[in-house]
Each structure stands twice: as structure tokens, then as C-alpha cells.
Design a protein around this ligand. Structure first.
Ligand SMILES: *Cc1c(COP(=O)(O)O)cnc(C)c1O
Length: 501
């Protein structure tokens, strides 16, 4: 299996190159040249396997330059009961609310309590093997821009991994107190964390600029280092996410919730468009999916795009209670456009160039028609997010986080508008305890304590749900990183951190 760049079709790389490099030279993203096809019989066979078995089978199709042992080793090291609390890293909670039934796919049982662990527990294994295959013994410098959850998950995945260094940049006022504490207390000898004066998009643009700066890259090369990415622009982040959509279908099949061949809807709280794109790949491999329901918060650039075909980032940026979705430039949409244009790299490159110079682009009628057929876009503001958390808790006794609540709310809007009751999988992306203040405000009318950990304890006492152990442990953890810098100072900070300025 080979990979092309979304902006230049003549770029052809192996899986290992795509993962080691993260992003293509001209700024495009790597996409698979073709997709493996799964018949219903294949899906039935997957259903007989456990999560790790399903992962190995799917990985083997995409990582054709990896040996079966390398894949096995990576999967077995990543999805352990020790890290995910059980042998099933992605369990489903079934909820019935009136006439609507939801399969809530809980993707947050990993070490950092967000769905990013599903990919970032395995990426370090894939990445170090990829670097070895493609550029021998260079040190991989992982730069990460984060809206909160990726940073911590990447730090935890890469900490003390031989041959890697990781540097994380997060928006100074754009993450929850728990997310900030998770990052500031990160352990490991190869990690650093910096707050930047700006929002997530500023951080992401800053990181992309460093990646493509030829002077900086040359400096790294002479020092035997190379940049790579742990953001969802890296193919190694998306591939592990394809697995859990197949796995959810298999679990629903095994539980008798659906019959083989039945279709399902997929509802995803969306930021950078990685998670929902993984389900799009799953459908194109043969998984019976009917609709992709793309849920946004008040930063509803994707809702507008799906409705109108115009992507326009020139709009107010809101800081919301679902901060991991506070994004106006959704990087992975570029991959979707590439596939919807049947691989028209010139078109995609022109739209991306218009986005960067004009702040907007409009897709053609053909792409718009495909979007209409497959996607539904909706959004939910903070007030309705809290109402949804409260309703779900009071009526269904199910506690969810702010991001998952956005998805549940938009799913309800979808059902009200269309009457479509196809079984729906809701991607639940974080533990409610990562956003304790907002969740507590939603389920409790009393005055709240000031301290974050007092709020966590109160949420647990009030709802009778356990505090995830990794979050409880942060209370007494030592703060190691407090530095802040401007976006312009990011390149200098990186070189200084590497000791090669
Ligand atoms: C990252 C994140 C999202 C958005 O996922 P994308 O793949 O960027 O669309 C949603 N919810 C949570 C909790 C996240 O951490």
C-alpha cells in the first residue's frame, strides 16, 4: 500500500515514510492510494476476534511495509488492560432515550482519559519503527499543537521512548484546568510543554510553519534529527481510529443490536476532522455506514461548510466548555476533499491556497452533492451542552463530558429533522472528569467549590461515578512546566529546547 499527497499526486511514499514524515513536503497530507475492501464475511470474521485481533487485521492491510511481528508487537503493547482498564479499550454503553437508541462508544478509558489515547498509545511504536525503516538512527522530534487532549496523550505515549523528543504547545487560555495540570505535571526526560499566547489555530499554524521551514529543517538534519508530527495530520494517528468503528459494529453485531449488513449512523463531536474522517475511511472499506453526523460547538465552521459548501474561517473564535473542538481550521477536511474529488490534487491545492490567502473557499457542485448525500452538520452552544448533560444524567443516569454532549445534542436535532432512526454510534471522546466544572454545573444546582480537585470529588460524590485514577493522581503531582511564549517565538523555543540554536 502506497500513499499520495493531497496536494501533489506525483508524491508517492510508503506507510513508514508517511508516518515518519507526518506531512508532505509541499504541505499536503498523506492519503492511501487505494483502500482494502471488507466484505460482510470479512466483518463477520472480525467480529469473532477481540479488539487487538481486529486491529492487527486492519493494520496489516495499510502497513504493508511492516512485518506481522512488528504490527503484533505494537498492538499488544498499546491496548493493554493495564492501560485501558480492561481487555476492551473501546466499550459501548447502550442508552435508550424515548424512541431514539444510542450506542455510546466510550473511547476515553486510556491513560489520559480522552479518545486521543486510542491512537497515541500506538503511534510511538509505529513511528519509531517507521523512522528506523526510513532514516536509520535519527532522533524524531515530535512537535504537537494541542487544544488540550492531544498534547497530554502524546506526552504520555512518547515519554521516555528511545530516539524521540516531544514538544507540546497549547493555547494559554484555551484548555481546561485539568488539561493544563495534566500537561504541566508531565513526567519523562524527553518532554517539554509550552503555553503560547494565542488560540489553537495559532499554535497549529505555528507548528506547521516550523515543519516546513527549510532553514530549521536543515539545522535539524546536520544534528541527526528530523521533525515528525503526532497531530491527526499524521496518517499514524488516523489509522488506529478506523479500527474502533469496525470494532463498534462487530460489538453491536455480537450483542444482537444489529444484524450483519445493517447500516449504522455515526455521530462525532468534531474539531480537526480526524475522528469523523476515520469513520469515512471505514465506510469506504465496506463498513455499512448510512450517515456521518458532524457535531460542532459554537465554532461551527464545519456546520456551515456542510450546509453551504463554503468553508469560511473569517469569523469570531469562541472559547467554549468543549475546548478540544475550539478550532476554525479543520486540517483533515483536506483529506476528505481529496477523496470526494476522486483524488484531484490540483483542485485541493487550490482550495487550500485560497483558504490560506483569502480565508475561505467554495467547493464545486459535484463535491457539494456528495457532501449532501453523506454528511449532516449541526452545532450546539454551551447552554444547550449543559442542558444535554443534565438531561442525559437525570433521565438516563448516564454521565457524559461536554464534547460527547455536543454530539448527543446534534444527534437529537438530526433525528428531529429527519426521523431517521438508523442505529447510531455516538463517539464519546472524553471522561466527564476532564471537564469537571462544566459537568458539575450541569448536574448540580448547589454552589461549586473553587478548587478543581474539590470539584472532581464533589462530582464523584454527587453522581456515584468513580474518579479515573490518572486524574486523581494529579492532585499531588509536581508542576514541571510553566513557560509561555508568543507564536513568533516558537521556532526559537524549539531550537533552544533541542540545544541547537
Ligand atoms: C480532539 C477531540 C475532539 C475532536 O476530534 P477531531 O478528531 O479533532 O475532530 C473531540 N472531543 C475531544 C474530547 C477531543 O479531545
Amino acid at each position: 500500500m502506497k500513499y499520495n499527497s493531497t496536494r501533489n499526486k506525483s508524491t508517492v511514499v510508503s506507510a513508514a515514510q508517511a508516518i515518519a514524515q507526518g506531512i508532505s513536503e509541499e504541505g499536503g497530507l498523506f492519503v492511501p492510494q487505494s483502500l482494502p475492501a471488507y466484505s460482510l464475511e470479512d466483518i463477520k470474521a472480525l467480529a469473532a476476534e477481540d479488539y487487538r485481533g481486529r486491529a492487527k487485521r486492519i493494520f496489516a492491510d495499510f502497513l504493508s511495509d511492516f512485518t506481522a511481528e512488528e504490527i503484533s508487537e505494537s498492538v499488544d503493547a498499546a491496548y493493554t488492560a493495564e492501560k485501558f482498564g480492561s481487555d476492551d479499550p473501546a466499550p459501548i454503553s447502550y442508552i435508550e432515550s424515548g424512541s431514539t437508541k444510542m450506542s455510546v462508544l466510550e473511547l476515553w478509558h486510556g491513560p489520559t482519559c480522552a479518545f486521543k489515547d486510542m491512537a497515541l498509545q500506538i503511534l510511538p511504536h509505529l513511528l519509531t519503527k517507521s523512522v528506523k525503516k526510513t532514516c536509520s538512527d535519527k532522533e524524531a522530534v515530535i512537535l504537537v499543537a494541542t487544544s488540550g487532549d492531544t498534547g497530554k496523550a502524546a506526552l504520555e505515549g512518547f515519554r521516555d521512548v528511545d530516539g524521540t523528543r516531544i514538544m507540546v504547545f497549547y493555547p494559554v487560555n484555551g484548555v481546561s484546568p485539568m488539561q493544563k495540570r495534566q500537561m504541566a505535571t508531565q513526567k519523562g526526560n524527553n518532554v517539554s510543554v509550552m503555553a503560547i499566547e494565542g488560540n489553537f489555530d495559532d499554535a497549529q499554524t505555528g507548528v506547521k510553519k516550523i515543519f516546513t521551514d527549510s532553514e530549521i529543517k536543515a539545522k535539524l538534519a546536520v544534528n541527526d534529527k528530523l521533525f515528525s508530527s503526532a497531530n491527526s495530520i499524521n496518517w499514524g494517528r488516523l489509522l488506529p481510529q478506523v479500527v474502533y468503528y469496525f470494532s463498534a459494529y462487530c460489538d453491536m453485531l455480537n450483542e444482537g443490536k444489529i444484524a450483519l449488513g445493517d447500516r449504522m449512523n455515526v455521530v462525532v463531536p468534531t474539531g480537526n476532522f480526524g475522528n469523523i474522517l476515520a469513520s469515512f475511511y471505514a465506510m469506504n472499506m465496506g463498513l455499512p455506514i448510512n450517515k456521518f453526523i458532524c457535531a460542532s460547538n459554537s465554532n461551527n465552521v464545519l456546520t456551515d461548510f456542510i450546509k453551504t459548501g463554503t468553508y469560511d474561517r473569517k469569523r469570531t473564535f469562541y472559547t467554549t466548555i468543549s475546548p478540544s473542538m475550539d478550532i476554525l481550521v479543520s486540517s483533515n477536511l483536506e483529506r476528505l476533499l481529496y477523496h470526494l474529488t476522486d483524488g484531484n490534487a490540483e483542485k485541493v491545492a487550490a482550495w487550500m491556497s485560497s483558504l490560506s490567502s483569502e480565508g475561505s473557499y467554495t467547493v464545486d457542485d459535484e463535491v457539494k452533492a456528495k457532501l449532501d448525500a453523506l454528511f449532516y452538520g449541526g452545532f450546539c452552544d454551551d447552554e444547550n451542552t449543559k442542558k444535554t448533560i443534565s438531561r442525559l444524567y437525570k433521565e438516563e443516569n448516564y454521565l457524559c463530558d461536554t464534547h460527547t454532549a455536543v454530539a448527543v445534542n446534534v444527534y437529537q436535532q438530526y433525528v428531529d429533522e429527519t426521523g431517521d432512526l438508523t442505529p447510531a454510534v455516538i463517539a464519546s471522546t472524553a471522561s466527564p472528569y476532564k471537564f469537571a466544572k462544566s459537568v458539575l454545573e450541569a448536574v448540580c444546582d448547589d454552589a461549586l467549590p473553587e478548587d478543581e480537585f474539590a470539584m472532581v470529588d464533589e462530582l464523584s460524590a454527587k453522581t456515584g461515578t468513580p474518579v479515573p485514577a490518572p486524574l486523581a493522581a494529579l492532585k499531588d503531582a509536581q508542576v514541571r512546566f510553566t513557560e509561555e511564549c508568543s507564536v513568533d517565538a516558537m521556532p526559537e523555543a524549539v531550537l533552544r529546547g533541542l540545544g541547537i540554536n
